[in-house]
Design a protein around this ligand. Structure first.
Ligand SMILES: [Zn+2]
Length: 427
């Protein structure tokens, strides 16, 4: 993996990259797994992530199904993504209840200095290797406690993270239309009771793809919102036809989207190109610097700070605002870096001569509201006609665990008390 660093500097992905190798679209089924008698009495949860579905998209683009269904259930004004507001870190935060620094997926691409290996979201081998993923994903918790789960391409769902893959899953690809995914969910729910998944996670990449390529204001993004909204309408209608008693829907996204200033990108400080002294990792909305000689950290920090413009901030990992949970204290896997250069939206860092996309995410959602994500929930377990204030996305995990009657086995960052109020009181 020596070429890895160069690779990382060059590589740049607009969205979840499709695999280069032949696409395997077949479902994987793990044999000899059954719901316990107790699990068969529990509710169903279908957790849907629409990548890059900004907190205001449903209203802005009049997503009729989502607006109607969530109005009958629960709508959050917004959901705060974990920092950085990037896809893999946030999908894994939603599904583990941990901040990125605590579960280890601190970026879509990063280097692990202890393993001496790169993680890249586009690498199938990485994506399916659970040793990269900290925490216990909701499907793993379910399977461990005798409840069958299924996933349609949620981040990490083809890996053995936490010890148990979902009973039904797919290797990642983008060959299925939203409507085809809906039909696969329905097929799962038609299985006999002992084999029927009670926790289903489902992923739609289309809105993020359009947001990156065309920007959040574009007609194409509006169309992608309607594509997913129609699929949700179809899903709910078909689920209703099945006549199952207690099916609940949680609709989330990982982050929002903003149109960035890609015509006048910020220059990466020249000093950082000295490969003997530094590694740097540029996700454009965040630039992480690893100083190879720890004794140089302070002087380099001072130098970067003295040379900086008003268009970005320079932080020592120790001094990053605590609420971001992305500083030295939180960096459990030592993957973040000692110095962070954070552009002010809509500015980005870009290597010379490199092209970028119209829309981006990754900024601090508390400073850049366009980064905020969506949370809607409806179904028999949820209260009706309720609007709640924004909350951090690590709190979704204990909510779903509570509905499914799963015991949380390891400490997490999310707290049930944050969202318990959106559930109907138990009789
Ligand atoms: Zn994303």
């Amino acid at each position: 993996m020596e070429r890895g660093l160069h690779f990382l500097l060059l590589i740049f992905s607009l969205t979840l990259c499709a695999q280069k190798s032949p696409v395997d679209t077949a479902q994987v089924r793990i044999p000899n797994r059954y719901n316990s008698v107790d699990a068969q009495t529990k509710p169903y949860v279908i957790m849907i992530s629409t990548d890059g579905f900004r907190y205001d998209y449903a209203k802005k683009y009049n997503a009729q199904n989502l607006l109607k269904l969530s109005a009958e259930g629960v709508q959050a004004k917004a959901m705060i993504p974990s920092y950085p507001s990037i896809t893999f870190p946030n999908h894994w935060s939603l599904i583990t209840g941990l901040y990125p620094s605590h579960h280890g997926l601190i970026d879509n691409f990063f280097y692990d200095y202890k393993r001496k290996e790169f993680y890249a979201m586009s690498d199938k081998k990485n994506a399916e290797d659970g040793s990269w993923y900290g925490g216990i994903p909701l499907w793993g918790l379910a399977e461990k406690q005798g409840m069958i789960s299924a996933s349609l391409m949620w981040v990490g769902s083809a890996s053995d993270a936490g010890g148990n893959r979902p009973t039904y899953y797919y290797p990642y690809h983008e060959k299925f239309t939203p409507s085809e995914k809906v039909n696969k969910v329905i097929d799962w729910l038609k299985l006999p009771m002992d084999k029927r998944p009670h926790f289903i996670s489902l992923y739609f990449p289309e809105v993020d793809g359009s947001g990156h390529h065309f920007g959040p204001e574009a007609k194409e993004t509006e169309e992608a919102v309607h594509l997913v909204d129609n699929a949700i309408g179809e899903l709910v209608q078909k689920v209703n036809h099945l006549g199952l008693k207690n099916v609940n829907f949680v609709f989330v996204s990982d982050h929002g989207m903003i149109k960035v200033d890609s015509s006048t990108p910020l220059e990466i400080p020249a000093i950082l190109f000295n490969k003997d002294r530094f590694d740097f990792f540029n996700s454009q909305t965040l630039l992480r610097v690893v100083v190879k000689n720890p004794e140089e950290v302070k002087s380099v920090y001072k130098e970067l700070k003295a040379g900086k413009t008003d268009d970005y901030e320079v932080y020592l990992d120790k001094r990053l605002p605590e609420y971001l949970h992305f500083g030295a204290k939180d960096d459990q896997y030592g993957r973040i870096g000692q110095i962070l250069l954070i552009p002010k939206a809509p500015r980005i860092f870009l290597e010379k001569g490199k092209k970028t996309s119209v829309g981006k995410h990754g900024y601090n959602a508390r400073l850049v509201p366009e980064m905020k994500a969506t949370f809607f929930a409806w179904g028999p377990e949820f209260k009706s006609n309720l609007v709640v204030d924004e909350f951090s996305n690590v709190n979704v995990y204990p909510l779903v665990a509570e509905i499914l009657g799963l015991k949380i086995e390891q400490p997490i960052d999310g707290k049930l008390k944050v969202l318990k109020q959106i559930l109907k009181e138990k009789k």
